[in-house]
Design a protein. Structure first.
Length: 296
C-alpha cells in the first residue's frame, strides 16, 4: 500500500535550531498508525525536509521506523540540491528503515529534463527501495512533462508519481491522458488536498495528503469515499473540509498545519525561519476550520 490509498504527511516538530523533537514526532506518527492510514510520507514538504540537516533527517527516519515498527509503510523524502547529497540521503533512509523514497528535483539554477532524468536515475540506483517522483512545481519551479514521466517510468525502481491535482473539472481528462502513457504497474497519485478527492474519483491511486498527517480520521473518511467512487459522499465530506481548504489556498497548507498542531496541543514547535507563524487572527480562523470537521 506504499503508493496507494491515503499517504499521510506529518510535520516534523523541531527546535529553532533544527533539532528534531523525537517525542513529539513519535506521538504524531502513532496517531497516524492508530487511525489506519495506508502509509506515512516522512520529510515531505510538510515535513520540512529542506530545512533540516542530513543528521537530523536520518534521525527522523530512525524515530519513524522505530515508532511504526513495520506496521505502516514509511516513505521518506530525500530531495537535495546536489545529486550526491540526494544519493547519500537515500542510502541513509534505506539503512534507517524506510520502505520507499520520495524525490523532488530541488534546484537553484533551472534544470533541464535531461538533468532531472540523470538525477533521478542516480538516486533510484543507489538503493533497492522503490522511488516515487515528487512533482511539486510550486516549490521546485520544475514541472514534469508527461513525456519525462513516461521516460522515468522505464527506470528500475521508479514506480510512482506524486502529481499536483488539477482543477476538479480537468482531473478526468488529465489523469486519463497520463495513465495512457504509463505502464500499468506505475502508481499515479495526487497531492493538493482541496482537489485530491476529485483526482482519486478520476482514477488516482493515492492521495498524498498534508491534512492527513494531522487529522487522519476525517481525512480517511474522505479518502475512502473517493476510493469507493461515492461521488455524493465525497462531495458532502469535501464540503466540510472547505473552510480548511480555503485557508490552505490563502495561507499555504504548511503554515496552516503548524498552527493547527499548536491549537490541538500536539506541539509548540513553529515553522523554521524564515517562515513566520500565523497571526493570532489567522490562528483563530484555523481553529474554527478544524472544529468544523468535528461533526464528520
Amino acid at each position: 500500500m506504499l503508493f496507494h490509498g491515503l499517504s499521510a504527511f506529518p510535520i516534523t516538530p523541531a527546535s529553532a535550531e533544527g533539532r528534531v523533537n523525537g517525542e513529539e514526532l513519535s506521538a504524531l506518527l502513532r496517531r497516524l498508525a492508530d487511525a489506519g492510514v495506508d502509509s506515512v510520507g516522512l520529510l515531505g514538504s510538510t515535513g520540512s525536509y529542506m530545512y533540516l540537516s542530513r543528521q537530523e533527517r536520518r534521525r527522523a527516519v530512525e524515530i519513524a521506523a522505530e515508532t511504526l515498527a513495520g506496521a505502516t509503510p514509511l516513505m521518506v523524502g530525500v530531495g537535495a540540491l546536489r545529486t550526491d547529497e540526494a544519493v547519500a540521503l537515500a542510502i541513509d533512509s534505506a539503512a534507517a528503515g524506510a520502505d520507499g523514497l520520495l524525490l523532488a528535483p530541488v534546484s537553484y539554477l533551472p534544470l533541464s529534463e535531461d538533468e532531472v532524468f540523470a538525477h533521478f536515475a542516480a538516486v533510484a540506483g543507489a538503493t533497492e527501495l522503490p522511488l516515487c517522483i515528487y512533482n511539486n512545481p510550486l516549490a521546485t519551479h520544475f514541472s514534469f512533462s508527461n513525456a519525462l514521466l513516461a521516460r522515468l517510468a522505464a527506470v528500475p525502481r521508479i514506480v510512482a508519481v506524486k502529481n499536483p491535482s488539477a482543477p476538479v473539472v480537468e482531473n478526468p481528462e488529465r489523469h486519463a491522458a497520463l495513465r495512457h502513457l504509463l505502464p500499468d504497474h506505475f502508481a499515479l497519485g495526487y497531492s493538493g488536498d482541496w482537489n485530491a478527492a476529485a483526482a482519486i474519483l478520476a482514477g488516482g491511486s493515492c492521495w498524498y495528503s498534508v491534512i492527513g498527517g494531522l487529522l487522519p480520521g476525517p481525512t480517511l473518511k474522505l479518502a475512502r469515499a473517493a476510493q469507493a467512487g461515492d461521488t455524493a459522499e465525497t462531495a458532502r465530506l469535501n464540503q466540510a473540509f472547505e473552510p480548511l481548504w480555503s485557508l490552505f489556498r490563502e495561507l499555504t497548507g504548511y503554515r496552516v498545519v503548524y498552527a493547527a498542531a499548536n491549537a490541538m496541543g500536539l506541539t509548540s514547535a513553529q515553522p523554521p525561519r524564515p517562515i513566520l507563524p500565523l497571526s493570532d487572527e489567522d490562528r483563530r480562523r484555523v481553529t474554527a476550520a478544524i472544529e468544523n470537521l468535528a461533526a464528520i
